[in-house]
Ligand binder design. Structure first.
Ligand code: KG4
Ligand code: ZN
Length: 345
């Protein structure tokens, strides 16, 4: 089954052709990072406008890469998937309208996808179908969520951030350090050259809860910089390395403690921050020591992309078929994971 998938929930316009949920025939991701850089964050109105400008190009490019012409579309594409939510309302609507227009023209079924399910299942693309149950950690610019995934569509939200998402904390820290946006990858690169033990930033473990809080580390950095302004490149790299160390240890501690508590042998990462070198290294090392398995997507599938939408669309097709009500096909900026109706008996 070939799915044309479209993702426009935030600041990436992406389209992909995915066969049977895991074979990515082509993928195009057009990032708006440059547009939002001068504001140090995503500006919703600018994101919507950029999606309008990009969507036709991205979709036609992905079709061309897969050698799908307007004549062969009907034969080569079986369904069209799009991100229904959560995300920025204007941004979501552009992807939904593009998908719905193509579905009407070519008489194809539509599959609505939850963006968070996309991040949860993005690891499936390179690892065939990972066995349930597993612990999912979604770490991105908008989300920090720890989820017990019992089966496809059966989720228990264990914890989430009480303040900043982890990617947001990286981006705000970068701004404090005079670095550009998005700050996560820049801090990550500099941290590779710094000493992670130079400064001891707080580790907010929030004992007794699976929630996260990153505003404390951010404030600790702000207070540190007031007394110790950055004096040279080495100092800057040391601060980046120490900040990254504190964030990575916090994520690892929470995730492995939760996995042990719920007797889960598999941890699956997703979201832009899972591209971080140290987070990847730490999760893989600790999982080996504990005889557990950790799955982390390649960087292209960590950040927002349409292939993960195509993957989930196929899993939904297997579980629920291809018929959705108008309400289920309506964009919802605050869609919850639990909002989906799966037919479990
Ligand atoms: O998943 P994503 O593309 O978009 C959202 O759904 O938010 O994630 C973007 C976030 C940004 O905050 C960015 O700074 C962060 O992911 N990020 C990183 C790295 N690469 C991207 N954070 C830390 N280290 C990285 N290597
Ligand atoms: Zn995302």
């Amino acid at each position: 089954m070939n799915v044309l998938a479209i993702e426009t929930s935030c600041d990436e316009t992406s389209a992909s052709i995915v066969a049977n949920g895991i074979k990515v025939k082509s993928i195009i991701v057009s990032s708006q990072a440059r547009i939002h850089a001068k504001f140090f964050g995503v500006v919703p109105e600018l994101a919507s406008r950029a999606h309008i400008e990009n969507i036709n190009f991205v979709v036609s490019q992905v079709l061309r890469t897969s050698r799908i012409t307007f004549d062969s579309f009907s034969r080569k594409v079986d369904a069209i998937a799009f991100t229904r939510g959560p995300g920025l309302v204007g941004a979501l609507l552009i992807g939904a309208i593009a998908a719905k227009s193509l579905a009407i023209i070519y008489k194809k079924p539509l599959i609505p996808v939850n963006h968070l399910e996309g991040h949860i299942y993005s690891s499936f693309i390179e690892n065939k179908f990972i066995k349930h149950p597993f612990l999912s950690l979604i770490i991105s610019g908008g989300h920090t969520e720890l989820i017990l995934v019992k089966d496809f569509g059966k989720y228990k939200m264990l914890g989430r951030t009480r303040d900043d998402a982890v990617g947001e904390a990286f981006d705000k820290a970068a701004k404090m350090l005079g670095l550009s946006y998005p700050g996560g990858p820049i801090i990550d690169k500099r941290a590779e050259k710094g000493n992670p033990e130079a400064i001891r930033f707080t580790r907010p473990y929030l004992k007794g809860s699976w929630d996260f809080s990153f505003s404390g580390i951010k404030t600790a950095l702000l207070n540190y910089l007031k007394i110790n302004p950055i004096k040279d490149e080495k100092h800057l790299n040391d601060v980046c390395a120490s900040f990254r160390q504190a964030v990575s240890e916090t994520l690892c501690f929470k995730s492995f403690t939760a996995a042990k508590e719920f007797r889960l042998k598999r941890i699956v990462l997703g979201g832009g921050v899972s591209a971080n070198y140290l987070i990847r290294k730490m999760f893989l090392k600790i999982s080996r020591e504990n005889k557990m398995k950790v799955f982390i997507p390649s960087p292209v599938y960590c950040t927002d992309n349409a292939a993960m939408v195509g993957c989930v669309a196929y899993l939904k097709y297997l579980k629920c078929g291809l018929v959705y009500s108008n309400a289920q096909l309506t964009s919802n900026p605050s869609l919850n994971l639990e909002d989906w109706q799966y037919n479990y008996t």
